[in-house]
Design a protein around this ligand. Structure first.
Ligand code: NAP
Length: 371
């Protein structure tokens, strides 16, 4: 099977490459690597020797692929996808970008949650598949059991989203901001006579100083937060917040839209998104049944006991970063009523939030085509 990889060296692409290599995913594939910036340069060796980079804008070269898997970004998809289809190319297009997610001809892939929809789409000849928004995919990995049991009347998600969701440069900027704050704080930390207020003054000074890099986020994120992600859409929402209702319902293929809304907030985590949920259940279900439903939904979700020690140890970006685990904790009935549930989850947004659903879609496609 001839597979063209575009965007393989970007942040999502690199994680995809790692996952493919870790699971022997290149074996048996004829892999071609494309570039928008270094045509004819050296491509990655994925087990069959050196490769030469092809031109990601060369429609003829792209049309020779049976599958194109792109993590290059929405601008690239917008420029190339339509032209390639218009030229008569009928291969499979698998994409990390949001561009095609809501198109009639595409399906959003998150197979632990919507495998039947993917199987039906393949059988129906659908050739375009997009990974979902990171926050949405992670929410669905965490709460899949409740949706499958048809228990969710509505939900709100208050998010704590990492810098990686904004791109590699933003991750660098977050760490650089932390370094500047550390430099400002150092003399006070080294002074045994200094008070916490002295420390706070230094940190506040650092946050307002010209030496704090803010060209990507626009404002400090370290020692602060940003309650706005992406651009405004209607009714006061941001586009990131709108994706919650739009993509969730599309991934699940719901007949009656489940209302979902909340506030998306950027925090100083590196690559894990966390979310606090308020869930209105359709009926009062005992808590032990609920934890069973949540915890048995897929191989990656883990219910964390609602105890301080377990929460601190297992329910944080620091505990989850770089893994496929999706812990869900702080599960309890709310004082508002027995049909109101609250829960908190964490997930690596570069893995389940971006690369892993695409990596798995390629495998599903290979199985489907018998290749
Ligand atoms: P990215 O890191 O900016 O990479 C995109 C492309 O930038 C690369 O393929 C590469 O293309 C080029 N590039 C330029 N300078 C580079 C450098 N120094 N190192 C690596 N690549 C460089 O983009 P991304 O964050 O992976 O996002 C890719 C797509 O995935 C976007 O559509 C995004 O919306 C989507 N997505 C992202 C996330 C996320 O968390 N970041 C989550 C879900 C979906 P050439 O090799 O052709 O130069």
């Amino acid at each position: 099977m001839r597979v063209g990889f575009v965007g393989w060296r970007g942040m999502v692409g690199s994680v995809l490459m790692e996952r493919m290599l870790a699971e022997n995913g290149f074996s048996g594939l004829e892999s071609y690597f494309f570039s928008t910036s270094n045509v004819s340069g050296k491509g990655p060796d994925v087990g069959e020797g050196e490769t030469v980079l092809q031109d990601a804008f060369d429609l003829k070269a792209l049309a020779e692929m049976e599958v194109i898997l792109t993590c290059q970004g929405g601008g690239y998809t917008t420029e190339i996808y339509g032209k390639l289809r218009e030229s008569g190319w009928s291969g499979y297009w698998i994409d990390a970008a949001s561009t095609l997610r809501m198109e009639e001809e595409a399906r959003i892939v998150l197979d632990p949650v919507n495998r039947p929809i993917i199987d039906d789409a393949l059988a129906a000849g659908i050739k375009t598949y997009a990974g979902g928004n990171c926050t949405v995919s992670l929410m669905l990995m965490a709460l899949a059991g409740l949706f499958k049991a048809d228990l969710v009347e509505w939900l709100t998600s208050m998010t704590y989203q990492s810098a990686s969701g904004a791109g590699a440069a933003n991750m660098q900027e977050l760490a650089a901001q932390m370094a500047v704050i550390g430099d400002y704080a150092r003399p006070v930390l080294d002074d045994p006579a200094a008070t916490a207020l002295d420390l706070d003054r230094r940190v506040t000074e650092a946050l307002g100083s010209d030496s704090l890099p803010v060209s990507n986020f626009g404002v400090p994120l370290a020692a602060s937060l940003i309650p706005w992600i992406d651009r405004p859409v209607d009714k006061g929402q941001t586009r990131e917040e709108w994706k919650g209702i739009a993509e969730t319902n599309r991934i699940l293929g719901t007949k009656r839209e489940i209302p979902i809304d909340g506030i998306c907030v950027r925090v100083g985590a590196m690559r894990c998104h966390s979310q606090g949920f308020t869930i209105k259940l359709k009926k009062d279900v005992p808590l032990d049944e609920i934890t069973e439903i949540i915890g048995s939904a897929n191989d990656w979700v883990e219910v964390i006991d609602n105890k301080k020690e377990d929460t601190l140890k297992r329910l944080s970006p620091a505990a989850v970063s770089g893994t496929l685990k999706v812990p869900v904790g702080r599960i309890r009935k709310m004082l508002i009523g027995d049909d109101y549930l609250t829960a908190f989850s964490v997930g690596d947004q570069l893995l389940w939030g971006a690369a892993e659903p695409l990596h798995r879609m390629l495998r599903i496609l290979r199985d489907y085509l018998g290749r």
